[in-house]
Write a protein that binds this ligand. Structure first.
Ligand code: ATP
Ligand code: MG
Length: 554
């Protein structure tokens, strides 16, 4: 990619042109979520794109709840959405709007269209309307109610509003063109009768505007210049333009579409996540295995990592899916320098240093992050009894196994060289204790005489280590089989959550606060789970492992 393409995506090029040609003298964008669920990684892309454009052009960014549909919306989602947008770093200041506050103005816009002869009340049933609409290859048929007089339309529409007609009995339709090759332009319904309670406006309304009518108006009322949406609305753009033109705005907004973010092997659709929450597959909308923004935050993702992810993905007009590994790359890259590197043993086995004096504890000074001196150092205690990972010892090692086995010498990270002299097993043949001797001359993990060891393993001091729970995650969806089964059910990976209750960590980790992240050396990045941790008793979830075969594209 050359610099030009990196610095100017196609939306920015359009904005540049609009500003140069004087179509607008400023930029105002918005993020318009429907408060019917939690935001996910795809929304993060939209938020950061819209906010980023407003910032880049010294313009404004609105957060607007698109709450015109009273059946599905819930107040609880409003708070969650605000929290997520703010956490991502997008600032709307006092520019917070609710589309339902425009119902009166929308009604007036509809009346204006009726007066202009551009809208009519139609008594056809929903089925008839569908039938009259025609197909992609056949033009539609005009409604027999299309030529009602302005007066009759005004009267009927007002009576629709006053609650005189039952749900579904009448609609208001834009009068455009039943022969248009674009089906969206075939006299689309713009208002329906629905006696529904709305969480904001209560029972004030029993008619509600349709999305394709409401959305352009919301944008226009707020003075949005560039209304950025996803590709599936491309065919709706002529209607968007028709609405703002015929209602008559001086500086109508302009819709620009970009491709949705699709991530491999994850569920983003609200209705699927809702199903997983409701059937108990996950422990809420913020379950760390999900890719809602709340889940990613709980998992240990940072706003910076998601910003980077969105930046790397770029903005495109062609649908494609992004490798989940790219998301992991971004958090790994962000935490690499920021997170302290600590020792944690997730599957412990006792190691005893037979020649180390009993009752002695020494302190070793170790850097918090060898790649980032700014994080300083800490003291780690060392004594005769330690815990190491069970997999770091083998009775009968295969070739190229460089960790502990009888007779072999390894480095205990930052501490000493130790050589395995024997081991104990229980009646089931499980190794219970590994016996070693240490070389006192190798303090700090340095070779005393130039002799080499090939393996370096981590450890914790048994007497001071704190026992904690760690959680290891895999994708919720089976990568091999795809997201959905033929019958529409989801393909859940039965091993997506592994709970380890017997982990030992350095005592400093017991003080971890929710959202604190660490690198557990050799085991990956871990974050203190905000929902499961208690003061002094953190539960750590793995954000991401340390290694990946992922390569940055390009
Ligand atoms: P979903 O059904 O996936 O939850 P939605 O489109 O119904 O998403 P809205 O609340 O209507 O959710 O969307 C708010 C904004 O977020 C819209 O402008 C929409 O285009 C954008 N958006 C939604 N999904 C994605 C995605 N995967 N990638 C980029 N933008 C998205
Ligand atoms: Mg939607």
């Amino acid at each position: 990619m050359d610099n030009e393409t990196v610095s100017r995506n196609f939306i920015e090029q359009e904005i540049d042109k609009d500003l140069a040609e004087g179509r607008y003298d400023h930029v105002c964008t918005r993020f318009p979520p429907e408060p019917n669920g939690y935001l996910h990684i795809g929304h993060a892309k939209s938020i950061l794109l819209n906010y980023g454009l407003a910032k880049k052009y010294n313009g404004q960014f609105n957060l607007r709840f698109d709450d015109t549909n009273p059946t599905k919306e819930k107040g609880e989602f409003v708070d969650a959405i605000e929290r997520d947008v703010a956490w991502l770093g997008a600032k709307w200041d006092d520019r917070l709007y609710f589309a339902s506050n425009y119902f009166e103005k929308m009604y007036e816009a509809a009346v204006l269209l009726i007066r202009k002869g551009k809208a009519f009340v139609c008594d056809l049933t929903a089925d008839e309307i569908r039938e009259y609409r025609g197909t992609l290859t056949e033009p539609g048929k005009e409604s027999p109610y299309r030529n009602r007089s302005v007066e009759e339309n005004l009267d009927l529409f007002e009576r629709m509003k006053n609650g005189e007609f039952p749900d579904g009995s009448r609609v208001l339709r834009a009068k455009i063109d039943m022969a248009s090759p674009n089906i969206n332009m075939r006299d689309p319904v713009i208002y329906r009768v629905a006696h529904l309670h709305h969480q904001n406006t209560g029972d004030a309304w029993c008619i509600y505007p349709m999305y394709d009518f409401a959305h352009p108006l919301e944008d226009a009322f707020e003075g949005i210049t560039h209304s950025i949406c996803t590709l599936e609305f491309e065919d709706h753009r002529p209607l968007y333009n028709w609405v703002v033109e015929n209602v008559g705005f001086d500086h109508p907004p302009r819709q620009i579409e970009f491709a949705k973010l699709y991530l491999t092997n994850v569920v983003t659709g609200k209705r699927y996540i809702k199903k997983l929450v409701e059937n108990g597959t996950v422990d809420g909308w913020d379950d760390p295995r999900l890719v809602t923004i709340a889940a990613l935050r709980r998992r240990g993702y940072t706003p910076e990592s998601l910003q980077k992810f969105v930046e790397l993905g770029g903005i495109s007009k062609a649908n494609s899916s992004t490798d989940y590994a790219m998301l992991e790359y971004c958090i790994r890259d962000d935490l690499k320098m920021k997170a302290p590197r600590m020792m944690a043993v997730l599957d412990p086995v006792k190691l005893v240093i037979d020649n180390y004096p009993e009752g002695v504890t020494e302190e070793l000074e170790v850097p918090n992050n060898p790649e980032n001196e700014a994080l300083g150092s800490r003291k780690v205690t060392f004594s005769r009894e330690l815990y190491i990972e069970r997999e770091d010892f083998m009775e009968e090692p295969p070739r190229k196994y460089f960790r502990l086995f009888p007779g072999n010498e390894v480095r205990l990270m930052q501490a000493y060289f130790v050589r395995c002299v024997s081991y104990e097993k229980d009646e089931n043949g499980k190794v219970t204790v590994i016996h070693c001797t240490y070389d006192p001359e190798s303090r700090g993990g340095n070779s005393p005489d130039g002799r080499k060891v090939k393996g370096t393993i981590h450890w914790v001091n048994a007497s001071t280590a704190v026992r904690v729970e760690c959680r290891l995650y895999e994708n919720l969806i089976d990568e091999e089989k795809g997201v959905y089964n033929e019958d529409g059910s989801m393909n859940i990976n039965p091993n997506s959550l592994e709970i380890r209750t017997n982990c030992y960590v350095e005592p400093a980790l017991a003080e971890a606060k929710p959202y604190d992240s660490f690198q557990f050396v050799r085991n990956g990045f871990f974050c203190a789970d905000a929902k499961l941790s208690a003061p002094g008793a953190p539960v750590f979830g793995r954000v991401v492992s340390l290694k990946s075969s992922f390569k940055l594209p390009g």
